[in-house]
Design a protein around this ligand. Structure first.
Ligand SMILES: NC(=O)c1ccc[n+]([C@@H]2O[C@H](COP(=O)([O-])OP(=O)(O)OC[C@H]3O[C@@H](n4cnc5c(N)ncnc54)[C@H](O)[C@@H]3O)[C@@H](O)[C@H]2O)c1
Length: 252
């Protein structure tokens, strides 16, 4: 049984904890969160050890994997602590808020020689994986164009409102749009040309973004993402991939 040290027990940390349990092959052995009620909730649900800081956990016990589900602006410090302890890392997306920060993290992880994975989750979601396999199979010819959409009301749930602060979350571009940008690059290759436009929310963040890219072979992709739907509108994700002899569509 893989022993996981989970850091951050908010929306995503809770989701990861349930998923580990559902596999039957991993369990949350240690939980780190700054909020006492969240630590108590995790202890009662998973029977795990609980800690106030990642340093306290690392000093007290050994785990096989450290899973970082803290707010994005804290990823760098937590990844560095985990890698210095020599423990393999799963870090939620986006890896960090700037390229410099990502480079520092990658350097420390490489020096420590620990594996690290970033939670670009679409590469593991059935619908997206099936689409990728169909495209790669060449069964329906080449892709002519592809579009992706991810639309959501404002992110009201976050701890201390960090998701609404672009300095801490990167706004819709880094927190939401990154999923579809990553999927399209995985599907069609790194774009050779990218044009994007955004709209600011009243909070000042660019919380709607519209990106058109050209990939090798003149394949056009378009992605839109917003955190500006009205609060009564449901979250939605969708894609259309138009090939020479078929169209693959998803809308949920
Ligand atoms: N892959 C996906 O589809 C997906 C979806 C949602 C969120 N995320 C990412 O997951 C990460 C967490 O987002 P969230 O929505 O769960 O946030 P959240 O606000 O719901 O939870 C953050 C948690 O971190 C805790 N925390 C804060 N400082 C801490 C510290 N120093 N040490 C330990 N715990 C601390 C908070 O108490 C809270 O429980 C973000 O990077 C976000 O972008 C990914």
């Amino acid at each position: 049984m893989l022993q996981v040290g989970l850091v951050g027990y908010g929306f995503m940390g809770k989701m990861h904890a349930q998923c580990y349990q559902a596999t039957g092959q991993a369990q949350v052995a240690a939980l780190v969160d700054v909020e006492p009620d969240r630590r108590a909730d995790a202890r009662s649900k998973f029977g795990c050890e609980v800690f106030e800081s990642i340093e306290e956990m690392l000093a007290s016990m050994q785990v096989d994997l450290i899973d970082i589900c803290t707010p994005t602006y804290l990823h760098e410090t937590h990844v560095i602590s985990a890698s210095k302890a020599g423990v393999p890392i799963m870090c939620e997306k986006p890896l960090s808020l700037t390229l410099d920060s990502c480079d520092r993290m990658i350097e420390v992880v490489r020096e420590a020689d620990v594996p690290m994975m970033v939670g670009q989750v679409l590469r593991f979601c059935n619908e997206y994986v099936m689409a990728k396999e169909l495209v790669d199979s060449d069964r329906y010819g080449k892709v002519l164009w592809a579009s992706c959409s991810r639309t959501s009301p404002p992110a009201d749930w976050s701890w201390q409102g960090w998701l609404k602060d672009p300095e801490k979350s990167g706004g819709a571009i880094l927190d939401l749009h990154i999923h579809d940008v990553d999927f399209l690059a995985w599907l069609l290759g790194t774009p050779v040309d990218v044009r994007a436009r955004g709209v600011r929310s009243t909070m000042g963040a660019v919380d709607s973004v519209f990106t058109t890219s050209i990939h090798e072979g003149n394949v056009v992709s378009y992605a839109q993402g917003t955190l500006m739907l009205s609060r009564t509108s449901p979250f939605n994700m969708a894609f259309t991939i138009n090939l020479e002899r078929a169209t693959i569509q998803m809308d949920i």
